[in-house]
Write a protein that binds this ligand. Sequence first.
Ligand code: SAM
Length: 239
Amino acid sequence: AEEVGGGDKEVVREYFNNDGFQRWRRIYGDTDDVNKVQKDIRLGHSKTVENVMKMLLDEGPLSGITVCDAGCGTGCLSIPLAKEGAVVAASDISAAMVAEAEKQAREELFNGKDEISPGLVLPKFEVKDLESLDGKYNTVVCLDVLIHYPQNKADAMIAHLASLAENRLILSFAPKTFYYDLLKRVGELFPGPSKATRAYLHAESDVERALQKVGWRIRKRGLITTQFYFSRIVEAIPA
Ligand code: SAM
């Protein structure tokens, strides 16, 4: 029994080191071995990354800015951040994910050369669950990780991430709207073989309340929807 509901965290770690790693590496990649649903999720997720990069860059250049990418997965956000010159701390509970992220970052940032381009910094990759992250960062980003947290654990998780951020915190999560809730319930009635982990949806008002409790307020919002992917993006700043 760890912070995330009775052993959930162990299940999540195990999943993202094995079946979940294989599945999500394909979804977050660019190869053709994905089905129609996975392709749709790939598209939605890439829009989330684009939207977040735009939110960040709208406030000014990222060169030299410290960014913590909590639950970095295969590095879909860490790599574009590093390409903008951000000093990225990328971490994930899954060692398989972190190894893949580091491999992809080296491929993309070194670009066949021995050295990284001047002005760019290779992200610092670490296998770490986000509860044990410490330090201070200009910006903390946590994309599509809240789906593994029930709301009663989400508040503490959000408070912890906010405590690491000096200027802004960006979160994305599956919004608990009537339509998506219904879709999820239908999904629970007919679980597919790859449905290895439980998904938790969050009401935007619950996330907002959790931020307010620790003295933060939402400055920008985004919503990404495709056929099978739904993501609410919020950017919060100290109130
Ligand atoms: N943020 C990445 C992205 O958007 O490309 C990955 C999203 S993926 C759906 C969720 C990731 O969260 C997985 O890589 C998983 O290992 C990680 N994760 C889940 N629970 C975590 C925790 N408690 N601490 C750190 N990482 C966690």
